[in-house]
Design a protein around this ligand. Structure first.
Ligand code: CAA
Length: 393
């Protein structure tokens, strides 16, 4: 049975910060960001847009009534959780009106957990072939004003519907994961921003890639020539480019090397405009590859490298299905260009605003632009979400 990704949705915030403006404000050379990190802009969320609203908007783009009846598992991957107990997928279940007899859970392992969610979806559909699974990877990457990581922030969500006989990509069941206990990036419960050993984290990313890739090739009896494209977790595109260089052997023929490099450029087009979306970053790269490459075709096989600090990494591959192009949106870069541009001062106010709860646990918010869903208020410590289309109608 073929199992895989049937549809992919993506949502990000309605506000954007230009990296040139940030560079000037921080006294950095703009080329450090545009060339050194390969970033052009960052998506900035206001307080009324969170992992739930982003995730619901991404999933709402792709869900049909048939999906609502057939989805029996919702997995929400995040490292920007809004609650220590209740799973974010339960909010999604209600906001998207999914049939009641479904399992809803949240998964965490830094930027890696969406990959574990896809693995679980694959196993679930293998055991229950009529099932559909909704996987959402949603995060807000927030390092703090003037921190080293400030230039690699961002926000967004990717949503997948997985099923048998999928219309975009099938799993090849060749996954290889690696775990190593390191402190490269972590966020204790008492902190709203992560602690980061920045340069060390990039070294661990690249070493995890090198060692997992070597073992993957040994176990699968495959090499780079068996893959038409390689997608990487993209905390910022320059690190992913260093990743590509790690997997390209020096004696690779120029045609294949050119193809992989072209596909790499297609895979970073969205991240350059959005920044890091943590758990969804690898998959934003995959979506960007599919929607911006002129040379991919059905039957092509894509290798994927997932990395979550702490650290867990995984390499696996997927193969493109005939007609996959029909499931894509080719105007996504235009949509990104429609976000409202904000100044550095506005970004600092917007991104770092915190809910001011009264004694009963209530908070109201200013009206900000969001996607199709918004956090309307906090009432007695409960987050109240609304569908903004219903408010307008
Ligand atoms: N023109 C062109 N390039 C310039 C330049 C200029 N004027 N000035 C600097 N550069 C280049 C540097 O040479 C460097 O490129 P190379 O690495 O190719 O040499 C690049 O710009 C970055 O400059 P720095 O090395 O000085 O580093 P920085 O101060 O910008 O910090 C960082 C980089 C440590 C990664 C920081 O952004 C950070 O801490 N980010 C958060 C952590 C992170 O993203 N880690 C990634 C691995 S962990 C992970 O993957 C999980 C996750 O998502 C967080």
């Amino acid at each position: 049975m073929k199992i895989g990704i049937d549809k992919i949705g993506f949502s990000t915030s309605q506000y954007v910060l230009n990296m040139n403006d940030l560079a000037i404000a921080r006294g950095a050379d703009p080329e450090k960001y545009s060339q050194g990190l390969m970033l052009d802009a960052l998506s900035i969320t206001p307080i009324t847009e969170d992992i739930i609203t982003l995730g619901a908007s991404a999933a709402n783009q792709i869900i049909t009534d048939e999906d609502r009846q057939k989805i029996d598992l919702i997995i929400f991957a995040t490292e920007s959780s809004i609650d220590q107990s209740k799973a974010a997928s339960i909010y999604i279940h209600r906001l998207l009106n999914i049939q009641p007899f479904a399992r809803s859970i949240e998964m965490k392992e830094a930027c890696y957990s969406a990959t574990a969610a896809l693995d679980y979806a694959n196993l679930h559909i293998g055991a229950h072939p009529e099932s559909r699974v909704l996987v959402i990877a949603s995060d807000i990457a927030k390092y703090g004003i003037h921190s080293a990581g400030e230039s690699t922030q961002g926000s967004g969500a990717i949503a997948f519907i997985l099923k048998k006989d999928p219309r975009i990509l099938t799993f090849n069941n060749d996954n290889l994961a690696q775990t190593r206990d390191i402190m490269d990036f972590w966020r204790p419960n008492y902190s709203t921003t992560p602690f980061v050993n920045g340069i060390y984290s990039t070294k661990q990313y690249l070493d995890s890639l090198k060692t997992t890739w070597k073992e993957f090739q040994n176990r699968q009896g495959k090499s780079i020539t068996d893959f038409d494209a390689f997608c990487f977790h993209i905390p910022f595109p320059k690190l992913a480019l260093k990743g590509l260089k790690k997997v390209l052997p020096k004696d690779l023929d120029t045609e294949h090397s050119k193809k992989l490099n072209e596909h790499f450029q297609a895979s970073i087009a969205y991240s350059r405009q959005v920044g890091n979306i943590y758990s969804g970053s690898l998959y934003l790269g995959l979506l960007s590859l599919l929607e911006n490459s002129n040379h991919l075709k059905a039957g092509d096989t894509i290798a994927l490298f997932s990395y979550g600090s702490g650290a867990v990494s995984e390499i696996f591959s997927m193969t493109l299905v005939e007609g996959y192009q029909n499931q894509l949106q080719l105007n996504r870069l235009d949509k990104l260009n429609n976000r409202q541009s904000i100044s550095v001062k506005e970004y600092e106010e917007l991104f770092y605003e915190e809910a001011c709860l009264d004694e009963e646990g209530n908070a109201n918010f200013n009206a900000y632009k969001t996607g199709e869903f918004a956090l309307e208020q906090i009432k007695e410590h409960q987050r109240i979400y609304v569908n903004t289309n219903e408010i307008k109608n």
